[in-house]
Design a protein around this ligand. Structure first.
Ligand code: PAF
Length: 281
């Protein structure tokens, strides 16, 4: 299997993309920070089905880490990532150095109000500004027609949807289903940091929010169902439940209106690893 060319500069990236576009080909981009797993590959496969050309970007974006230690520890596995992408396959891997993305003098921040503020935005100040800034840049650099994002990061997906709408960025966003392990745990690059004992319990996060969603649909009060979910997660041995919230699926504002699409979102710590998940209610 041949691996896709790894391109480091915007100039070279654009040379490829311009040639594809001149031939009338549709270009899809799958933005990632590497440490790829089946969840990322499913995005790339979807892009492969829908676009003539597929770019995967691999860039550990320093601007979205509010904890410098987390940034330092973030796994960098480019060779293994390229080998996995060859199984899709993708046409090009764009893996720039930080100086290519944020050259000297870089001063612009893209900040999406509203949807960026609660939940992850409150727990990780500056995180979504970093995401919005780099995603805007990646769209500009790749000139992609379609962008593929996982529903696992539901709030991020809503931030990106809002961003492209508000800034008239000509890219169609495709939100793809969360890919889960056989026990239900949402796939994430962080899962490998769990101890075997932690990994064995981690599925409880998903099960607890699923049970809460079922109870709410059956008429139980939101508050009671959420309290029971938090208790189940703590009882399974998680260190801490950071939040479990029922929100409007699009705006992420509190919602007790069952007529609107709602989403239950949760974040909890296990083994010193922060896990997030979400489901429709
Ligand atoms: O979801 C991620 O991996 C990142 O937040 C993204 C979208 C690649 C931006 O750095």
């Amino acid at each position: 299997m041949t691996t896709a060319p790894i391109v480091r500069t915007v100039e070279e990236l654009r040379r490829h993309v311009r040639a594809w576009k001149a031939a009338g080909e549709m270009v899809g981009v799958v933005p990632t920070m590497g440490a790829l797993h089946e969840g990322h590959l499913s995005l790339a496969r979807r892009a492969r089905k829908e676009c003539e050309r597929v770019i995967t970007t691999i860039f550990v974006n320093p601007k979205q880490f509010n904890n410098p230690d987390d940034l330092k520890k973030y796994p960098r596995t480019e060779e293994a990532d390229a080998a996995l992408l060859a199984t899709v396959p993708v046409d090009l891997i764009f893996a720039p150095q930080p100086e290519e993305v944020y050259p000297d003098g870089f001063i612009t921040t893209v900040s999406v109000g509203g949807v960026s503020e609660p939940l992850e935005g409150r727990m990780r100040p500056g995180h979504f500004d970093g995401v919005a800034t780099v995603v805007t840049k990646l769209f500009g650099m790749t000139m992609a027609d379609r962008g593929y994002f996982g529903q696992k990061d539901w709030q991020q997906l809503q931030v990106v949807l809002r961003l492209v709408r508000d800034l008239n960025i000509p890219v169609h966003i495709v939100g793809c289903e969360t890919i889960r392990e056989t026990d239900g745990l949402a796939m994430s690059s962080r899962n490998v940091r769990l101890t075997p004992e932690g990994r064995a319990k981690a599925h409880v996060l998903y099960e607890a929010i699923m049970a809460a969603a079922t109870d709410i649909r059956a008429g139980q009060s939101d508050r009671m169902a959420i309290r029971e979910a938090a208790e189940a997660i703590r009882a399974a041995g998680f260190d801490r439940v950071e939040y479990i919230e029922l929100r409007d699926a699009e705006t992420l504002m509190p919602s007790d209106d069952p007529a609107r699409a709602r989403r239950m979102l949760a974040a909890a710590w296990l083994d010193g690893v922060r896990l997030i998940d979400n489901i429709p209610v």
